[in-house]
Design a protein around this ligand. Sequence first.
Ligand SMILES: *Cc1c(COP(=O)(O)O)cnc(C)c1O
Length: 387
Amino acid sequence: MSRASETSIFTEMTELARRTGSLNLGQGVPDLDSPAALLDGVSRALLAGDNQYPPAHGLPALRQAVAAHQRRRYGLDWDPDGEVLVTTGATEALASAFLALSGPGDEVVTFDPCYDAYPAGARLSGARLVAAPLAPDGDGFALDADALRAAVTPRTRMLVLNTPHNPLGKVFTRAELAAVAEVCVAHDLVAVTDEVYEHLTYDGAAHVPLASLPGMRERTLTISSAGKTFNVTGWKVGWVTGPARLVAAVASVKQWLTYASGTPYQAALASALDGVEEWAEGLRRTLRTGRDLLADGLTRAGLRPRRAEAGYFLQADVRPLGYQDGARFCRDLPGRAGVVAIPTSAFRVARPDPAPWLVRFSFCRRHEDLREAAARLAALAASQPAS
Ligand SMILES: *Cc1c(COP(=O)(O)O)cnc(C)c1O
């Protein structure tokens, strides 16, 4: 499948949702409240005149808040001057990291399936993306350490790790991270980690940054963002922490992409980040309940949701309803049930997709919508396929 047609499945499903009036659980756009004090903080900042370019590395107050957050939560010590960089969302941090640290002739290793910005980043930089499969394991997914080791060649420069993981909702365990770290150290790779769901873990799953493992601090760039943590995906404020030489490399590209952005948002986030734990506790409860509502509807539909211990998404195996192909199921679903989802194959690097029957449903929605979606999905069990 070409890249253009992968992009079009998102467009196609969004259009299908609009045309059929379906509940759109295809996209990961939260329909949930943000902290009132944070929204208030933005208004105050922009009325106070915080409307011009921030410093290229970000407002000092936000860099200090990010450094304090990493120290408080993970015991990682970074200097706000030189080891913290504010970016235009995690997306710009990722693109800048690909461009700064990889190029034609290089290989970048990641895991399959993966967030679609990684193949895009590799295409921008000219590097080859090599994806090691995450293997089905019980009702979830696990690292295949042998596949990871086999994916590394003398041309590998960088490893990109996403934990908690989109689309799979997997949280890498400490043992899995130790195996990843061992590969990075053995092959002298730079690790870039995408931790935008770091606060959204459920059922006692603990997020551990790869940078906190032995030997990893000096070779890891850790990326996160305000979007998912505070339900403000339209603000596009992200950040990178890491050793000064790697942060400087990312900054040298970033300055020619946006230079800097979002002054009043940065100002408000600098205060909000200090109280993030209390906020995130409530958000986790909301999302976990939403996940359970959706999982219940999927189960009643006769589908088999996989375990999701973090993030916004559940994967369901659609074979019990007679489908082998998730894309075909997603095209039928609006007509059969008034719900839109996305085939997990849209996030797959490997061709052919080893598990084309997986479909991704998002639960970052209000509970009344998820209850309605669950009821519509449950009715699937009684209906016959349209095609
Ligand atoms: C949403 C998302 C991003 C994008 O973050 P922004 O801060 O909005 O740019 C990056 N990585 C993953 C895994 C995501 O789900």
